[in-house]
Design a protein around this ligand. Sequence first.
Ligand code: PA5
Length: 430
Amino acid sequence: MIYLDYENLGKIDEANGLSPEEISATEKSIKKYLQKIHSKNAGFYECIDDQTQIKAINVFAKKSEGKYTDIVVLGIGGSALGTACLKQCFKKFAIDATKNSDITTPNLHIISNIDPVLIKKFTTILDLSKTLFIVVSKSGTTPETMAQYLYFRQKCKEKKLTIKNHFAFVTDREEGLLREIANKENIPAFEIPRNVGGRFSVLTAAGLLPAKLCGIDIQKMLSGAKKMRDEFVSPEISKNTPFRLAAIQYLLNQKGKNINVLMPYSQQLDRLTDWYTQLLAESIGKQGKGITPLKALGAEDQHSQVQLYNDGPNDKLITFIEVETLSDPLIIPNPHTDIPAFDIINKKVTFNKLMTLEKRGTEMALTENNRPNITIKINNISEETLGELFMMFEGSIAFLGEFFEIYAFDQPAVELGKKFSKELLIKEYS
Ligand code: PA5
């Protein structure tokens, strides 16, 4: 269950905040924007219904049970950031899908860079005979991912391993090098639908396959996403959290808030901010328009960035994420009963409470200084909540694209960089 709390926007001055009327005045656009998103064939809110893919993932996961100690995702950008977020949220807590407690799920690694130090490190730590590489690339041609694939394939070949037992691809259903190789060599291959861009693909096989193989409950994730999708398609602003979020971001952008900070008070959600950073930057940063994403982590960044947010240029919207139940309560003990300054601790203060109160204090200070801030409140960190969060952010980005009148689903400037890099490579080595 997600609740978007934007009460603080009404408590700060008009130049920097938003009244409930300013927000509700945007409601008339919802229907029109939904039609436009639909006409752009954006598949991110429909891919979660693809039962054929889910079935294929489940069958593959069943066949893979007990075979691998390590799952390595090779991919970059949207092909890796969602999985990195899932790993941070759940991997340590995943229980094997068979419910047989003495079977542990494989380790999950994500290699999303081409730094040779990183690549070599993995060569030394992995037992290739018990490793499955999942190569995730929608285009099936991204140079960084292809380089990683070639490298680890060669390593497997040197160990005389059967390639199709150690590789699976997630790619376009027809095009690209990966699809060509999969067809030729019978390598298991899963699909990223044509109308789902990389950064919107976490709820396709790109995120679901590695998640399932590692014991994460993908059905729950999808059911959370579906719940939020119901909100996304609602023409009523009070029932549409993605739209309200986008409206707030846009209206405040018109008041000079060009930077959006996402600050969860939860270590487990740190990588979610990386995923969201890409989603906002690459989708909306176009034609001289855009909002600059900034990531922060509560409570630690109170001691590194909050001075700037509170006292620097008033050009930011700060979005907190507050988790109601932050794991089991962990009490802070007091071994210093002789020091009066620690007396408060005797009241069984928990880390959980301290975290929440620190967030509330930061929020109050920002509000007092007329710094716009809102809070996304979630009950707990579960597969279902993550599914909801992914869909809420993806939906809000789709609406934001409409507010800004830009096409949110491509990345022409990234493609240009890819083209230049490829030309340089050819020039250097020909
Ligand atoms: O969001 C996007 O489309 C990009 O970030 C891509 O995910 C990234 O460039 C990798 O592309 P591909 O999945 O084709 O390898």
